[in-house]
Design a binder for this molecule. Structure first.
Ligand SMILES: Cc1cc2nc3c(=O)[nH]c(=O)nc-3n(C[C@H](O)[C@H](O)[C@H](O)COP(=O)(O)OP(=O)(O)OC[C@H]3O[C@@H](n4cnc5c(N)ncnc54)[C@H](O)[C@@H]3O)c2cc1C
Length: 568
């Protein structure tokens, strides 16, 4: 990405066609789409890229089987088509994942689930009518993607099928004590949400967008006639205030969307309000709940289910879904203690385990930007549709939706700009690759880098893994893993600071790597790991001892506010 100081200079001095407020997946998507259509684009994010909901999801690129229960057929269909497209455009980052709904005691797998899966299969058929070509059938999620996988018709999942108890156990060994007798096998896709945001932003920058984190929009700047003409911003480290001038303003601030000029939003009778809903996830050591190549759908009482998913070497469990009335002044949303208990309970009941809070390797929570329609139903029943509205100043707000449907949301917002300016600028994002995949075997060996790190780098950075390995070659220390049993390298800390605008331990631990979610105890504030990372960042960012101490204190505060396990 562009160096942050250069981005700030450009933001303060240039005039843009579009300024995007918010650096989650929606804002990143809008910046990408608009810049590929020839607009000059600025994007400002008040905290860090993906610091909001976009680093706190279940990491699934999916249609959402459970939304079929609400007959949200359009939403599911749209998301399934996007799923297929994402695998083609970012095969290193969005990968097929087998999922299992197990049956026990010789019973047939649940018929209603089968009906839903049939519908899911039918809805995920390819949209592009092309000559038939061999498909990558339900590819192993751990296998690297072939570099040539660029054609949307290349991946489409096998139809769901009934598998034997043995096959269930091959995919989900954690069910061994339950001795499953059969199960449904179907496919969805999995990603690293924060890395997806960073990848989309990097693509936006390749098309000329200027993006900066730590830049908060404090108010809309308007012309004498009341039209939006830019935004007033405050830079977080020095507190400098300036105006980013732009002909169009897109508000992509997710759950905070109704805080930017609320009077304008609320004046418009038809504008719906955000109704936040918190979702908590926990992570466990693979050995404590082993999932091989597949995930499981786990009943969690009251007709609800949670996912148990293999993710970055750990087991990820979630999510809960409850109305959230807590503070949203900043992006820190702690996991609910009751939610953690609920997830552990459901897990122990289903897998026959005896896990408790001491076994967690991490926990995190996020808040969904659900749109309130005034319907008294619980948030869990509100549709996840995206909402676009243009208010009196001409500001375009785009919120709601899902991680999976980011490209469609971005298109919706940019189409609106194109229409009102009567430009001839069709959307192209369905055909532009997001980064470039790399074969693990093509990466150069670097002394000291553990064998397991190469596949992890290829999955996270694609071809840019070459650049991370070049950093690892600079000094022996940088080739080492950050945390003993996980593949992330210290070189990634350097890369994050140099190339991805990381400015704090939180940026590195929560969003460039995902160690804050996977190794809560090891990275706890005051520990060796935090000090090592701070040392590496200090060398890159020119911190003196006082700044280094301040960075460690900031991390301690952030880890506590985030509810990172082991930090309290
Ligand atoms: C628990 C949970 C699980 C989920 N799981 C999935 C899933 O598996 N698959 C899926 O498809 N979807 C999932 N979702 C939904 C998905 O994560 C969200 O829809 C998506 O991330 C929202 O992205 P966004 O960019 O709109 O919002 P955000 O990611 O929240 O981005 C908004 C950004 O705006 C910034 N901002 C706010 N105010 C200002 C300001 N004044 N100036 C500058 N910047 C500002 C914030 O800091 C933030 O970074 C899940 C959601 C939750 C909560």
């Amino acid at each position: 990405m562009i160096v942050r100081a250069d981005a700030l200079e450009a933001l303060a001095s240039e005039t843009f066609d579009v300024v995007v407020v918010g650096g989650g997946i929606t804002g990143a998507g809008v910046a990408f789409d608009a810049s590929t259509r020839g607009y000059s684009v600025a994007l400002v994010e008040r905290a860090d890229f993906a610091a909001g909901t976009s680093s706190r999801s279940s990491k699934l690129v999916h249609g959402g089987l459970r939304y079929l229960q609400n007959f949200d057929l359009g939403l599911v269909r749209e998301a399934l088509l996007e799923r297929q497209l994402m695998v083609a455009l970012a095969p290193h980052l969005v990968r097929p994942l087998p999922l299992v709904v197990a049956a026990f005691d010789g019973e047939r797998p649940d018929r209603r689930t089968g009906v839903g899966l049939n519908l899911y299969d039918v809805m995920s058929v390819e949209r592009l009518r092309r000559p038939a070509r061999p498909r990558l059938r339900g590819r192993d999620s751990s296998a690297p993607s072939p570099p040539q996988a660029r054609d949307p018709s290349e991946w489409s999942p096998e139809r769901h099928r009934v598998i034997s108890g043995e096959e269930v156990l091959e995919l989900v060994p954690a069910l061994a004590t339950r001795a499953p007798t059969s199960g449904y096998l179907f496919y969805d896709c999995q990603t690293d949400d924060a890395r997806l945001v960073l990848t989309v932003l990097a693509e936006a920058e390749r098309f000329g967008a200027v993006c900066a984190n730590g830049v908060e929009v404090t108010e809309l700047v308007r012309t004498g006639a009341g039209r939006a003409a830019g935004v007033r911003v405050r830079e977080s480290s020095g507190g400098a205030e300036f105006v980013v001038r732009a002909a169009n303003v897109v508000n992509a601030t997710g759950v905070w969307a109704d805080r930017l000029r609320p009077q304008e939003l609320y004046d418009e009778a038809e504008v719906p309000r955000i109704s936040p809903s918190r979702g908590t996830h926990i992570t466990l050591r693979h050995e404590d709940l082993p999932l091989a190549a597949g995930g499981a759908i786990v009943p969690a009482g009251g007709g609800r289910t949670i996912f148990a998913l293999p993710w970055l070497g750990r087991t990820l469990l979630g999510t809960t879904d409850n109305d959230y009335g807590g503070a949203l002044e900043n992006h820190h949303v702690p996991p609910g203690a009751g939610d953690i208990e609920y997830l552990l309970d459901a897990t122990n009941k289903y897998f026959g385990t005896n896990l408790d809070a001491a076994d967690l390797t991490g926990a995190y929570a996020g808040v969904r930007p659900l749109i309130s329609t005034g319907d008294p139903k619980k948030s869990v029943d509100i549709s996840r549709k995206a909402e676009l509205y243009e208010t009196s100043s001409g500001m375009v707000t785009i919120t709601g939706g899902k991680l999976t449907t980011w490209r469609r949301m971005a298109k919706l917002a940019v189409d609106r700009l194109v229409e009102r300016e009567a430009r001839d600028a069709p959307c192209r994002t369905h055909e532009i690759p997001l980064g470039a995949p790399v074969a693990v075997a093509d990466l150069p060996q670097v002394a000291g880098v553990p064998e397991g790190s190469y596949a992890a780098l290829a999955g996270r950075y694609g071809h840019a893994a070459h650049d991370v390995l070049a950093v690892a070659r600079e000094r022996a220390e940088l080739a080492q893993p950050i945390v003993g049993d996980l593949p992330d390298l210290l070189a990634e800390v350097v890369y994050a600071a140099r190339r991805e605008q990381a400015r704090s331990l939180g940026d590195v631990l929560l969003r460039r790597t995902r160690l804050g979610l996977l190794a809560g105890r090891e990275i706890a504030a005051g520990g060796d790991v935090a000090r090592r990372i701070a040392g590496v960042l200090a060398a890159e960012l020119g911190w003196d001892d006082a700044a280094l101490g301040g960075a460690l204190r900031d991390w301690a505060a952030e880890a506590t506010a985030e509810g990172v396990v082991g930090s309290a």
